[in-house]
Structures are given as structure tokens and as C-alpha cells.
Design a protein around this ligand. Structure first.
Ligand code: AMP
Length: 230
């Protein structure tokens, strides 16, 4: 199976928040990593941040864990506090890629307020379109590195050494919330609470849409081309 493209350096600085939207399993994490590499900016995944808290056994992690494992959303005030603190750091000054955030309308509205205080261009949201049954199939095949969050997929991109991450050598496993019954709940949560966020950006003229159902490398090429044209 072909390896995904490695992001070449972009000729243009990002200088904005780029928001990747889409159902669980639409490819946000995989694509966000490569776009962040392309523009040399941080990749901010709220799901990864929560998993880090869970792994470290922090208080925030112990609150988030049962919610994540049920396929529901962590309360807005917890997510917002974490994101506000993160985007205020120096390494976000040239822009950043958001993956898994915002996931509710209040999060999107608060993000706009936070961004209005930063010297960045208008945020842009890219919605990766994949239908629900394809998502369920994809997530069943997904494996994730417990240490660095690198994403693999049976049949498309697996670690060179079975069970061991190519990037950091960490252990590659199936996420507890990637079991089918939890995935169905995550999809329901997505349609109920996150679809309105897509409409929020559409109404504001900040939304781009992309077919996310193709192979990783194809979506990546289409996404880079789209962003270089903006
Ligand atoms: P993800 O890795 O983005 O699929 O996120 C995994 C889980 O973390 C989600 O199913 C939620 O329980 C939680 N989570 C991640 N991001 C958010 C967010 N922006 N708002 C609420 N919960 C979140």
C-alpha cells in the first residue's frame, strides 16, 4: 500500500487557525498532522490532549475518561479552558491546526472571541466529508499509538514493526472508544452537536468542503492544493 505523501514545506505562512471538521474517523487527525507539518505550526488535537491527561492520571483525565469511553462530549468549560491555555502559547503565533475542536456551537462561538484577540487572519474551517458506514469501517481498522497519537489503518498504513509506532516506538493499539458500539454513539453525538458547527462556519463564509472518502494520500493532495489556493 502506498505511503501517504510527506508534506513539503509550504511557500506561504499559515498565519491563521485552520479548523479540521468532520465525523469521527473522517481523517481529521491524519490530515491535521500533515498540514501542521506543511506549514510548520502546532497540531492541536483536543482528543490527544485528553488522552494525555488520562495516561498521566490527572484530575482532568479522570473526569474525561468515562465520558470519552461512552462516546459523549466532555463539558465545554473543561475543553475551552484547555484550548485557551494552549493557543496563548508562543508557538501558536504563526497559526495552528485544530483537530477535534470546536465540537459544539458554544465552543465555536468562544473560539471566535479567543481568535479575535490574536493577531491572525480569519480562521478557516475544512469539512472532510465521509458517510457514516465508511466511518464505521474505517474506525474498525484504525490503530493509534498510545504515546504520540500517530494513526495507522489496517490495509492502508500499518507500522513497519507490528504493534510498534514508526514515529516514536510507542505501543500501537485500538483506542477504547474505537469499538463499534462506542463509534455509533460518537456518530450520533457528532450529528446532534457538531453538525451545527459546520453550518456556523458555512454561514460565516469560512467553510471549505472536501471529499474525505478517498485514500489518505489523495485527500492529503487535495487538501494541500485547496489550502495553497486560498
Ligand atoms: P477525538 O480523538 O477527537 O475523536 O476525541 C476523543 C474524545 O475526546 C471525544 O469522543 C470526546 O469525548 C472528547 N473530546 C475531544 N475533543 C472534544 C471537544 N472539542 N469537546 C468535547 N469533547 C471532546
Amino acid at each position: 500500500m502506498a505511503e501517504p505523501l510527506r508534506a513539503p514545506a509550504s511557500a506561504h505562512p499559515l498565519l491563521r487557525a485552520l479548523i479540521l471538521l468532520g465525523a469521527p474517523g473522517a481523517g481529521k487527525g491524519t490530515q491535521a498532522r500533515e498540514v501542521a507539518r506543511l506549514y510548520d505550526v502546532p497540531h492541536l488535537s483536543t482528543g490527544d490532549m485528553f488522552r494525555e491527561h488520562v495516561a498521566k492520571g490527572t484530575e482532568l483525565g479522570s473526569r474525561a475518561k468515562p465520558i470519552m469511553e461512552s462516546g459523549k462530549l466532555v463539558p465545554d468549560e473543561i475543553v475551552l479552558g484547555m484550548v485557551e491555555e494552549r493557543v496563548a502559547r508562543k508557538d501558536c503565533a504563526a497559526g495552528f491546526v485544530l483537530d477535534g475542536f470546536p465540537r459544539t456551537l458554544p465552543q465555536a462561538e468562544r473560539l471566535e472571541e479567543i481568535l479575535s484577540c490574536l493577531p491572525l487572519r480569519r480562521a478557516l474551517a475544512v469539512n472532510l466529508l465521509v458517510d457514516d458506514e465508511a466511518v464505521v469501517r474505517r474506525i474498525a481498522a484504525r490503530r493509534t499509538c498510545k504515546s504520540c497519537g500517530a494513526i495507522y489503518s489496517a490495509g492502508e498504513k500499518m507500522p513497519r514493526v507490528a504493534g510498534k509506532c514508526d514515529v516514536c516506538g510507542g505501543t500501537v493499539v485500538q483506542r477504547p472508544d474505537d469499538r463499534e458500539e462506542v463509534v455509533r454513539q460518537r456518530l450520533a453525538t457528532y450529528h446532534e452537536q457538531t453538525r451545527p458547527v459546520v453550518e456556523f462556519y458555512r454561514r460565516r463564509g469560512q467553510l471549505l468542503e472536501l471529499d474525505g472518502s478517498n485514500a489518505i494520500a489523495t485527500v492529503q493532495r487535495d487538501l494541500f492544493a485547496l489550502l495553497e489556493r486560498v
